[in-house]
Each structure stands twice: as structure tokens, then as C-alpha cells.
Design a binder for this molecule. Structure first.
Ligand code: CA
Length: 719
């Protein structure tokens, strides 16, 4: 026995030497992705690895590595890059174990690279049907993998949880975690706790009921499930871990919410405290958004928009804190949660921190859920503060648009004051770095709301919120769009510094012991700031918008910084031309890896194509165009862009050759002719006459923009 242990230790030492020398080989023990609880909890002893999406269970996204630091970051350069075989938004943080990078990309694909050379080791494609993207509110993205005991886990857009052999990328097991007949998706990274893979899902824009599940990491057997909103009372309890709390939660709902799903999806953030043995999940918005339809007599609607603590062994409820009772604005609390030990009022406190969409920065006691403080980190108008006695927001009554029947010009809007883009917390500075934004939105109740089998089901009239085609109004709306990297003092709840950007939807954040904060942005640059002052120390143009968070690792003693580049996500789709606020960036999806003195060069950026509009003449009656406008806003705009202007990820329909070919246009919308390209059929949701009206609207918009372009001096596009 002892001899075997010694032999094993010898092999590990030999392996470490081989790995240290960059001589990667799979014959070498330890096996690839050899991560377990002991190793992950001792992550700071081997800071060259990044073994979980947020690096550690506390999700601080802080690396103790400091070879790249505030003194030398000016010499940072590209070490290598890898082109990706997908051109949708890239939102994942790579994971690195023993010098191997494991990363997911758009369409839930996974790749493994040699961290030193960039050599592709394997690639896995779950072959997600492309038309499944119709059920993804916010692009065909994936936010990362988990690794555990030789396996790599990924959640797929069509709701599967797949375990891959880390040595070769071959599936070991796969389970369907959702009802495929319902509009569920998975975009979030799994976490592994005590040999259980924890995974949530999305779909609360369409009409689903949220939950999180645990699967046996070795076999894929489902171990527990926790629902976040109550189900149909007539069906009785779910016989799941959430039953006791759901019985209480049902008292906070009214009407027939279950017929519309209810929402509360757990589509992104989780954290884990091994000492308290608590798993924290962030719960999303109501489905539909408009509470009048979801829960007509009001109510807090537990557990929407809440941070929830669960026992990871059983999935049992421990506590929750609801950031937005009776939510009606898509104010999810799925945003990044960070665990830290802070001194507050002279006392050490174990806290959980979150900056959810609603604009408040929350600090809670993570053992009990007690609210310690809350302060808005950007300008907001839906509430004036949080009542520390009740823990509830002090709402502006005008913000409940379904009560007033009027448009509520809200800040934040549904994109949030902070969305999924990970923050970072540096224990050195004591600051949380928030990718913050201001994207106001006019909520207008949809008085005619009927759930549909296709498109958003939110009970808000998107047509009423369409950007008016009046230059002065456009300019005024664009001026309200803001983005900043904010360094926030969580103890004193105040801003310490900020890096102001031209617009919103900038990247996730990495903080390091090298006194640095790294962030990519919507203008196509990757940058480093001094963690204490915010001074910009380094910047490199990367040809595309960066929304994902960077990470850092070492191989052979050399420190690298890696980030997935590739513009995308909801802000590259739904807002149309407003998504160009920071400049018009293409999606060029790549894994970029930097080191000090790196000399690699990106190939020249492709030239920007400015294709003139060439629509058929607009002949439809104004009433038909108006009908088409409303239908476009309801069914098409969230992907193809507000006011028929595409953000660039999906076809700009003003340019479509099918505008002059009604039969072909109908075939695409109603018969799934371009299903394989990602265009789902809207059969059952739209009638042929409605499809004609949408086409008439697009022709009208294309002609209007063609005229506007002709009226402008050369070189200026209407966008
Ligand atoms: Ca949402």
C-alpha cells in the first residue's frame, strides 16, 4: 500500500516536471482535469490553475498571480490566439487545469487547448439544432464549463447536461435536464460540489418555470431538484426538495401564474461556501414580466429575483433574500454573487455580494441572509432606496406601468444596471469591480397580451418602445446609454473610481494580485487598469467587442491572461442601431492569450462592408405597414433588431433579397426553409397575411433608410 502511494507520488512529481517543462502528454499521470474538492478548495496553493468558472467557490475572480503586474503590464502582448468556429456571442470564462485550457463557445461547443502553445487538443460539438436559438432570449451563448475528476461538463442550449472525457472530448454521459417541448435553454456554467453537478436553465422571456438540479458527476443520475416558483396547485407538490418552501411561496402569488410559467430561472450565477455548506443560486425574473398578467392581484411572488441559499447535499431551502418583490421589469437576481469576509462596523462578517439588474449593490450575511446594506451603484428611478427595517425597495409608484397604464421610462431597463458580465473582488484593495451600465427602456403595458408559441411572452409592448426614426430623438436616446467599470467599496457602499466608456455592454472583469484589473469592452479593446486608482495602464485593439470575462494562469512559470473575444449577447441583438453606441464592432470570435513580451499578431481585420439598401418599392397601405411593425416588434425584433436594424449577428432584414419574393419570405417564416441556419419556423404563431404585413413593414423601413442615406453626405451611413 505504502509502496503504491510512493510510486503514485513519484509519478505525480515526474508529471509535474514534465508539465512544468511543457511536455504535455496524456500518458502522464495525473490525468487531465484531475480536480476534486481538496484541490479546488486549496486553489491558492496552485494559483497557476483556474479550476472553476469563477476560479474558486467564492467566485471572487481574483487571481493571486502577480508576475504580470502594474509595473510591467505595459509590455503585455499577444502570446497566441485561436480562431473559433462560431460567430455568435462568446461569453465563457476559460478553465485551466495543469496547463490545459477547457472552454465553451457559442452553440455550447467545447474545446481543449495547450495553454502554452494554443494547439487544439480536442473539440466537441453537441450539435444543438440551430433553430433552438428562437428560445434563447439573448443569443446562442454559453458561459463556461466545469471540470471534475477527469470530466468536463457543459450545459447545452437545448437543455442537455453533457459530461465529456477530459482526455479526448468524447461524451461519457448526457442527460436531458429540461422538457424539450418547452422553451427552456441552458447558457450558464455548471458548478460541481461534492461530486454533484449543479445546473440551472433559462427561458423566462418565453413562459417556463425555473429550477436548479443536481446530477451525480460520475453517472449523470439526477439527485435533487429545486423549483424556484410554485407550480399548478391542482397537481399537488412536486415531490422535490423545494416542496416545503414552495407551499409558502404559493401564498405570495395570485391568479393562474402556472399557465404562463411563472419564470424564476436560474440561468447564471451560483456560489458555494464549503464551511457553511451552503449553495447560493441567483433567481431570475417573472414570466411574463408584466405582473398584472402573471399575478393579477399582486404579491411578492417568491422566489423571483432572489438570492437563495440551499443545502447542496439535498437541495433543501435555507434562506432567501428577494431583491425585487413582485418584479415586473425583468429585474433578475441571477447576476454574479461573490462571497467574501469583510469587516463591517468593526465586526468580521461573512458576506455575499450582488449587483443585480435592479441597480442596487447588496451586502448580505451569507449564513442567515440578513441584509447588511444596499446602495444604488448607478442612477436609478424605479426606487429611491432600500428600507433597512424591512429589506424592501422603496418603490416609485409610477414604475408599475400596468397600474398607471402609461409608458414608464425606466432606468435600468431589462438589460439591467449590471447583467451577467462577471464582476471581480480584490481582497488586496477591498473593492468590487462592476461592469455597470445605463440602458433605459420604455415599459408600455401590452393591453392585448396573449401568450404565443413563438417569440417573447412578456406582456410589454415592444412596438411602443421602437426607436423613433427622427434624428434628434435618436441622438437624445443614444445619449442616455452609458457604460462604466466601477470600483465599488462594499463596506462603505460607495464608488472609489470609474473608467467611463462610450456605451454599455462591456466585458466581464478579472482582478489580480499584480494590482491589476482586466476588462475587454464594446469598442473592441482589451485593457488593464490599476486596481487601486483606475489608471489605464495598457490597451490593445482586438477587432471585435469583448463581453466575456478574462482569466489568468501559468504554464512553465510563465503567466498568461486569456479572454474569449466575440461581440454578442442580447445587446448585440435587440436594441438595433443602439447597439452601436460604442462603435460598430463585428463578431470575430477568438480565444486570445496574452503574456509579457508576447509578439503574436492578429491577421488584418476584414474591411467593413457597407452594402447599399436596394428594396422593392413600398406599395403597401399604411395600416398594413403598421400591423407589420407591431408584429415585427413582437416576434422578430428581439433577434433581428429594433426598428429592423440588425446589430450585426443575424441578418439585417432590410437587406433581404426575399423582400421582393413573397413566396420565399413566407417559406422561411412558416415552413422553416432556413431552419438549419438558425431561423425557426413561426408556423402556428403567425398567419400568412401577418407574414405579408411584416414584409411590408421591412420594405417600408428599408425604403425610408435608403432615402435617408441618399440625403446624407457621402461616407455617412444612416446607422
Ligand atoms: Ca430575463
Amino acid at each position: 500500500m505504502r509502496r503504491t502511494t510512493l510510486q503514485a507520488a513519484g509519478r505525480i512529481a515526474l508529471c509535474a516536471a514534465l508539465l512544468g517543462g511543457g511536455l504535455l502528454g496524456w500518458g502522464c499521470s495525473p490525468k487531465p482535469a484531475a480536480v476534486d474538492a481538496a484541490r479546488l478548495m486549496a486553489a491558492d496553493k496552485r494559483p497557476g490553475d483556474w479550476m472553476s468558472t469563477g476560479r474558486t467557490y467564492d467566485e471572487a475572480r481574483f487571481s493571486p498571480l502577480n508576475k504580470i503586474n502594474a509595473d510591467n503590464v505595459g509590455t503585455l502582448g499577444l502570446a497566441w490566439y485561436a480562431d473559433l468556429d462560431s460567430n455568435r456571442g462568446q461569453e465563457a470564462t476559460p478553465v485551466v487545469v495543469d496547463g490545459v485550457i477547457y472552454v465553451s463557445t457559442a452553440w455550447s461547443m467545447v474545446k481543449a487547448y495547450d495553454g502554452r502553445t494554443g494547439k487544439l487538443i480536442w473539440a466537441y460539438d453537441p450539435a444543438v439544432p440551430k433553430d433552438k436559438s428562437v428560445n434563447a432570449c439573448c443569443d446562442a451563448v454559453n458561459r463556461g464549463v466545469a471540470v471534475w475528476k477527469g470530466k468536463v461538463y457543459v450545459g447545452t442550449l437545448d437543455g442537455r447536461l453533457v459530461a465529456l472525457d477530459a482526455a479526448n472530448g468524447k461524451p461519457v454521459w448526457s442527460v436531458q435536464t429540461t422538457d424539450p417541448s418547452k422553451p427552456y435553454t441552458i447558457t450558464g456554467a455548471p458548478r460541481v460540489i461534492k461530486d454533484k453537478v449543479i445546473i440551472g436553465n433559462g427561458g423566462a422571456e418565453f413562459g417556463v418555470r425555473g429550477y436548479v438540479s443536481a446530477y451525480d458527476a460520475a453517472t449523470g443520475k439526477q439527485l435533487w431538484r429545486f423549483y424556484t416558483v410554485p407550480g399548478d396547485p391542482a397537481k399537488g407538490p412536486d415531490h422535490q426538495a423545494s416542496d416545503p418552501i414552495m407551499a409558502k411561496a404559493a401564498k405570495t402569488w395570485t391568479g393562474k401564474w402556472w399557465t404562463l410559467g411563472g419564470g424564476g430561472t436560474v440561468w447564471d450565477a451560483m456560489a458555494y461556501d464549503p464551511e457553511l455548506n451552503l449553495l447560493y443560486i441567483g433567481v431570475g425574473n417573472g414570466s411574463p414580466w408584466n405582473q398584472h398578467y402573471r399575478s393579477p392581484q399582486g404579491g411578492d411572488n417568491w422566489l423571483l429575483s432572489s438570492m437563495v441559499a440551499l443545502n447542496p447535499d439535498t437541495g433543501e431551502y435555507v434562506w432567501h433574500y428577494q431583491t425585487t418583490p413582485g418584479e415586473t421589469w425583468d429585474y433578475t437576481a441571477t447576476q454574479h454573487m461573490i462571497l467574501a469576509d469583510l469587516t463591517i462596523g468593526g465586526k468580521p462578517r461573512k458576506v455575499i455580494m450582488q449587483a443585480p439588474k435592479n441597480g442596487f449593490f447588496y451586502v448580505l450575511d451569507r449564513k442567515t441572509g440578513e441584509l447588511l446594506s444596499a446602495k444604488n451603484f448607478v442612477a436609478i428611478n424605479w426606487a429611491t432606496g432600500v428600507d433597512m427595517k424591512t429589506g424592501r425597495p422603496i418603490e416609485n409608484p409610477d414604475s408599475r406601468y400596468y397600474n398607471t397604464g402609461k409608458t414608464w421610462n425606466a432606468n435600468p431597463g431589462p438589460s439591467g444596471a449590471h447583467s451577467w458580465h462577471p464582476m471581480a473582488f480584490s481582497p488586496k484593495t477591498g473593492l468590487v469591480y462592476i461592469p455597470a451600465q445605463e440602458i433605459p427602456f420604455p415599459y408600455t403595458p401590452d393591453n392585448d397580451f396573449k401568450p404565443s408559441s413563438r417569440g417573447f411572452n412578456v406582456g410589454v409592448d415592444f412596438g411602443a418602445g421602437e426607436l423613433p426614426q427622427i434624428p434628434e430623438v435618436k441622438a437624445a436616446v443614444k445619449a442616455t446609454l452609458k457604460g462604466a467599470l466601477i470600483a465599488w467599496d462594499p463596506v462603505n457602499q460607495k464608488e472609489v473610481w470609474r473608467a467611463q466608456y462610450a456605451g454599455p455592454w462591456n466585458g466581464g472583469v478579472l482582478a489580480t494580485a499584480g494590482d491589476l484589473v482586466f476588462q475587454g469592452n464594446a469598442a473592441g479593446a482589451f485593457q488593464a487598469f490599476r486596481a487601486d486608482t483606475g489608471a489605464k495602464l495598457w490597451s490593445m485593439p482586438v477587432q471585435t467587442g469583448v463581453v466575456a470575462a478574462p482569466m489568468t494562469y501559468t504554464v512553465d512559470g510563465e503567466q498568461y491572461v486569456a479572454v474569449l473575444a466575440g461581440w454578442g449577447g442580447v445587446y448585440a441583438l435587440a436594441p438595433g442601431e443602439l447597439s452601436f453606441k460604442s462603435g460598430k464592432v463585428p463578431n470575430i470570435s477568438r480565444l486570445l492569450v496574452f503574456k509579457l513580451g508576447g509578439k503574436a499578431k492578429l491577421p488584418p481585420a476584414p474591411p467593413e462592408m457597407d452594402i447599399p439598401l436596394d428594396p422593392p418599392p413600398a406599395t403597401a397601405a399604411p395600416a398594413v405597414v403598421a400591423q407589420g411593425q407591431a408584429l415585427y416588434a413582437r416576434f422578430c425584433g428581439v433577434c433581428h433588431g429594433d426598428a429592423a436594424v440588425s446589430g450585426g449577428l443575424v441578418p439585417d432584414l432590410r437587406h433581404s433579397a426575399t423582400l421582393a419574393d413573397p413566396a420565399n419570405f413566407n417559406d422561411i417564416l412558416l415552413n422553416g426553409q432556413r431552419k438549419l441556419n438558425g431561423m425557426a419556423t413561426f408556423k402556428g404563431a403567425l398567419e400568412p397575411a401577418q407574414v405579408d404585413a411584416i414584409r411590408a413593414y421591412l420594405i417600408s423601413r428599408a425604403n425610408a433608410d435608403k432615402l435617408a442615406a441618399a440625403a446624407k453626405p457621402a461616407g455617412q451611413s444612416p446607422q
